[in-house]
Ligand binder design. Structure first.
Ligand SMILES: Cc1ncc(COP(=O)(O)O)c(C=O)c1O
Length: 336
């Protein structure tokens, strides 16, 4: 990265790799975390947002003031709003009732228009409701360009050309396994593609929330609680036909274990990430103990920062209302 960035977009990527010696103290392999929260929009989605909008510029010859529409659980919207602010495009974000208040406010501060749906679809998620709203938005704004992050070679490529090489170079290729979480598939499929080409001996683990329909062979739909992770459709990015060429193992987790792991990581390593990052480190530690040895380097990709979730995943009332048991959250006495 240059010492002086010409815009904030030059600050995307080159995120830190941090050893998790304390979190992994009882496991033989070396555990590491790639902290995507240090991207300027706060998540790994900045990479894909930039790649997708640059693709749209090439495909659609965008001029200043062009209107872009995206369906987002939050982080992609923030990334795109940041890119659109720099480049002078208008952004409409189709979000749903699960979005964190903090993320929703970030979208507005960055100048995006927020359109929110509240009705769950037949899978228990919101994506199908967002898609029917999308139809009416595109009918109202026929010049708007919809960027579909669920079916985006540009999103996948943004990770195969940046995040993947960054992980590989941090260890001169000596990475035994990578643990990533499943959403639209942009990050995991991009990184997996890079590694299957340059280091096929690296195991690729993909973690999804139970109840998600993202991956082939899922166990059926049920309500989910983690943001960004899991989907109520099967994203084309996973290319179901060649999914197993790139992904070696799939693990399902629940919100409770994931949020508890995020809190443990915060308290023992000082690394504050969202619940999907908690899912990644929890699974990394489990598979480290079960499958790997003392010479192995394992990496978990941690998608975003935990500060976005203080009113949701890290709020005692929010957790209690959903029956998610996270007793650690109550350990601080409030004497005011
Ligand atoms: C917090 C968080 N975790 C995980 C994911 C999943 O990443 P991907 O969509 O690249 O599969 C996302 C995507 O929005 C996210 O915001």
């Amino acid at each position: 990265m240059n010492a002086i960035c010409s815009t904030v977009l030059d600050a995307i990527g080159d995120t830190p790799m941090v050893s998790l010696a304390a979190f992994g103290k009882d496991t033989l392999p070396h555990l590491y975390a790639k902290l995507e929260c240090t991207n300027p929009g706060g998540s790994m989605k900045d990479r894909a947002a930039k790649g997708m909008i640059e693709w749209a510029e090439r495909e659609h010859n965008l001029t200043s003031g062009a209107r872009i529409v995206v369906c987002t659980s939050g982080n992609m919207g923030v990334g795109m709003a940041m890119v659109c602010a720099v480049k002078g495009y208008q952004l409409m974000c189709l979000v749903d009732a699960k979005i964190n208040p903090a993320t929703e406010n970030c979208l507005r501060v960055l100048g995006a228009e927020v359109i929110k749906v509240y009705q769950r679809d037949e899978t228990g998620g919101y994506h199908l409701t967002r898609l029917s709203k999308l139809d009416s938005v595109l009918a109202e704004y026929p010049d708007a360009i919809y960027l579909d992050q669920y079916d985006s070679p540009a999103a996948v490529m943004s990770h195969s050309t940046s995040t993947g090489p960054e992980i590989y170079n941090a260890f001169q290729g000596q990475v035994r396994a990578i643990v990533m979480v499943a959403g639209t598939g942009g990050s995991s499929m991009g990184i997996a593609r890079f590694f299957k080409e340059h280091s096929p001996q690296t195991d690729i683990w993909l973690v999804d929330e139970a109840g998600s329909l993202a991956l082939p062979g899922n166990g059926g739909a049920s309500p989910r609680h983690l943001n960004g992770m899991g989907t109520s459709i099967a994203p084309a990015n996973y290319g179901p036909a060649d999914f197993h060429t790139f992904i070696d193992h799939v693990v399902y987790v629940n919100a409770e274990d994931s949020i508890r792991a995020a809190i443990e990581l915060a308290r023992c390593e000082g690394i504050l990430v969202g619940g999907s990052g908690g899912a990644a480190v929890q699974v990394m530690r489990d598979v480290a103990a079960a499958h790997y040895g003392a010479d192995d380097n394992l990496v978990a990709l941690l998608p975003d920062h935990g500060s976005r979730y203080t009113e949701t995943q890290f709020d005692p009332d929010w957790l209690a209302a959903r029956g998610i048991n996270v007793p650690e959250i109550f350990n601080v006495e409030d004497e005011s």
